[in-house]
Design a protein around this ligand. Structure first.
Ligand SMILES: *Cc1c(COP(=O)(O)O)cnc(C)c1O
Length: 486
């Protein structure tokens, strides 16, 4: 199989099936803007191009082809209807610069989404502006900063982050100019509340917490934690990437959080991976409302308007051009409207049921759980430490061998707290057969680790690429084609 489309190129072969002649001429462009040399494009027929890209797409492991239990990332089924409806001409054809008066339809949908997210999260107001979870975090911490600054409370320069947190949490705090103080986790998966008590003080700007945490457990002391941080004058940030576990059941606002982000691309029907696209709306409690980013959609006597900096003088400003990632927001709105209140609850019911089923079955099969005594949320952690000691086979080897068996690997080596860990999130969309298939594959790999150790250690054997140099792939990725390099 030819790997690069350039290698299939034949001079003069073109594909003009979709070119509309007569509508446009090169002469229409200003001479000064014309390039001097032709672009180095592959010269192939339409058929060749179709085959090439279809073949490439089939080399991928994707949620549309394989079970993808990537913990913390919620790789679940995205109903096609959400995609289809979001692409209606009336939505996708709207010019982003057109005034609110000509976009009442789309604004009414987005306003409704704000209201739904307020209801789900228990927060006072919502802004749809941020375009990723990490950008939502940045927005939230920037608002916490603006809040303290507006009160001239300048001593608060520290953000507390539990050691189990997603890497974006401490990174966000640093980007907003704060120092990060790590709070340890107890062996049972809860935050070490004595360490927290010792850490809070007049220097505390806030605490960032994920609940359920990335350890796959629900933080049971959350109301006590919220009281501790609030009494010290700090605010609480909720990382809502794990909302799938508690949708329609528990509201972050009721747990005492002041600001949250939601990953619509995880919980609300947008396929994701490879860095985008996404949407990370933020919700805030009353005291942070003035600092929300603009534009915000408001309603006044049946008319929808976009609030800007003149309407919201204390706003932290804009995070993106126009109105955020509207296509993603529309998918989320359609998904939420289709589910309704009852459907939302069912998401959490089945997401947690599936996780607990797998946890118990794998435990019965002899695997060790990191937090044995705890009920799983929508995800759970298995530690392969024992397997590594006994056979030398690591979590990475297990992950690679799973690919041979037709399963995407779970999240490996995150959270960093647990040695040789697999963070497994089955989601609500998988069938019992699929879950059983994965469990059987895990047990099979365990047998292979003993009987055919090398087979596991050298996996994958069935994919187009074998083991990659992860570090080189991350640090020295070179995917640019250059003619002279061929
Ligand atoms: C995915 C995730 C994030 C970051 O979200 P992005 O949309 O990828 O920026 C933050 N926290 C947790 C717990 C996550 O799982």
């Amino acid at each position: 199989m030819t790997e690069l489309i350039f290698e299939q190129s034949t001079a003069g072969r073109i594909n003009n099936a979709q070119y509309q002649s007569g509508t446009f001429s090169i002469d229409d462009l200003p001479q000064a803007l014309l390039r001097k040399t032709s672009p180095a494009l592959p010269e192939v027929s339409e058929m060749q191009a179709v085959r090439h890209y279809t073949r490439l797409s089939q080399l991928n492991f994707a949620i549309d082809t394989h079970f993808y239990p990537l913990g913390s990332c919620t790789m679940k089924h995205n109903p096609r209807i959400c995609n289809e409806a979001a692409m209606y001409d009336g939505f996708s054809g709207r010019h982003p610069l057109s005034p609110a008066s000509t976009g009442q339809g789309v604004l009414s949908c987005l306003y409704d989404l704000q209201e739904i997210l307020k209801d789900i999260s228990g927060m006072s107001e919502v802004s749809l502006a941020p375009m990723a979870g990490a950008q939502g975090e940045f927005t939230g911490i920037a608002m916490i900063r603006a809040y303290h600054e507006a009160r001239a409370d300048d001593a608060r320069q520290e953000i507390l982050v539990p050691d189990a947190a997603h890497g974006t949490n401490p990174a966000t705090a640093v980007m907003c100019g704060y120092t990060v103080k790590e709070i340890p986790t107890l062996d049972n998966g809860d935050v070490d509340i004595d360490a927290l008590r010792a850490a809070v003080g007049p220097q505390t700007a806030g605490l960032m917490l994920t609940n359920p945490s990335t350890l796959g457990v629900f933080e049971r002391q959350i109301t006590e934690i919220a009281a501790l941080v609030h009494e010290a004058g700090g605010l609480l940030y909720y990382d809502g990437a794990n909302m799938n576990a508690i949708l329609g059941k528990v509201k972050p606002g009721e747990m005492g959080f002041d600001v949250i982000h939601l990953n619509l691309h995880k919980t609300f029907s947008t396929p994701h991976g490879g860095g985008g696209p996404g949407a990370g709306p933020v919700g805030v409690s009353k005291r942070l409302v003035p600092f929300l980013p603009v534009p915000r959609i408001a309603e006044s006597s049946g008319e929808y308007v976009l609030l800007d900096k003149n309407d919201c003088p204390q706003s932290i400003g804009r995070l993106s051009c126009f109105m955020g990632n509207t296509g993603i927001l529309l998918r989320a709105w359609i998904y939420a409207r289709m589910l309704g209140r009852e459907g939302m609850k069912r998401v959490a019911d089945y997401a947690t049921l599936n996780a607990n089923y797998m946890k118990v079955k794998l435990e019965q099969g002899g695997f060790d759980m990191a937090y044995k005594s705890r009920r799983a949320t929508h995800e759970f952690i298995l530690t392969l430490k024992k397997e590594k000691t006994e056979t030398g086979v690591t979590a990475m080897d297990f992950a690679k061998r799973l690919l041979d068996k037709g399963y995407h690997a779970p999240t490996t080596y995150f959270p960093l707290l647990v040695p040789e860990c697999f963070l497994i999130e089955p989601t609500e969309s998988e069938s019992l057969e699929e879950l059983d298939g994965f469990i059987a594959a895990m047990e099979e790999i365990r047998r292979e680790s003993v009987e055919q150790t090398e087979l596991v250690k050298s996996a994958p054997h069935s994919l187009p690429v074998r083991r990659l140099d992860d570090v080189r792939a991350a640090r020295k990725l070179d995917v640019v084609w250059q003619e002279d390099a061929v």
